[in-house]
Design a protein around this ligand. Sequence first.
Ligand code: ADP
Ligand code: MG
Length: 231
Amino acid sequence: MKSVLSLRDVTLDYPDGGTTLRALDRVSLDLAAGTFLALLGPSGSGKSSLLAVAATLIRPSSGTVLVAGQDAGSLTDAGRSALRRDRIGIIFQQPNLLPSLTAVEQLLLAAHLRGEQPRQARERAGTLLDRVGLAAAGDRRPHQLSGGQRQRVNIARALMADPALLLVDEPTAALDQQRSGDIVRLLREVTDEFGVATLMVTHDADLVPHTDAVASMADGRLSLGALQSAQ
Ligand code: ADP
Ligand code: MG
């Protein structure tokens, strides 16, 4: 199957005083549509850097990043923004919802910024909120939602654009075990139903059974299929 995300020999160096810190060291990875990959590894091993590179938010020092068939390195800043907006859903630990907007408005704002037809956007927002179990909570603002519900809004918002790739960084770090299980099951379901390729960084090895495969990072290097302690 064709890869939605393809990383080839990706190296990322951060300037560090007079020298450099190698956050990613020749990372290669292929992720197909409908595949859910967990990425484990200790703090500082490069997991968030890998997500930022896959999200085209950071340009690697060398190597190739292909998302939905587009070579991020050959795109302009505007081209990469468009790729993110249209093809990539990003879900971080903190949902970053706007405090003054209702759940449905969080989703509509994203669609508005993409220039979508309001009526279609409203319909899709309703369908997605229903899908994540928030059919009755569309008019609630973030402070009226639980942590788990906020993360569901975040997931629904990330799906608004019908992305090819979902990048998820520690989505359950602020949740208890039961809610963490619920969120990762939801990510499993939407990966299947929407045919997205999902890459989820987690510290929680209990979540791994819900995924198709596991990769681990250590010192900027990626190993596929190796389940090491997440710490
Ligand atoms: P993880 O998500 O696995 O904890 P990160 O990708 O955040 O790891 O970080 C990998 C390494 O890169 C760490 O040593 C971290 O200190 C360093 N690092 C991350 N972001 C930056 C940055 N913006 N500037 C300099 N160093 C960074
Ligand atoms: Mg991180």
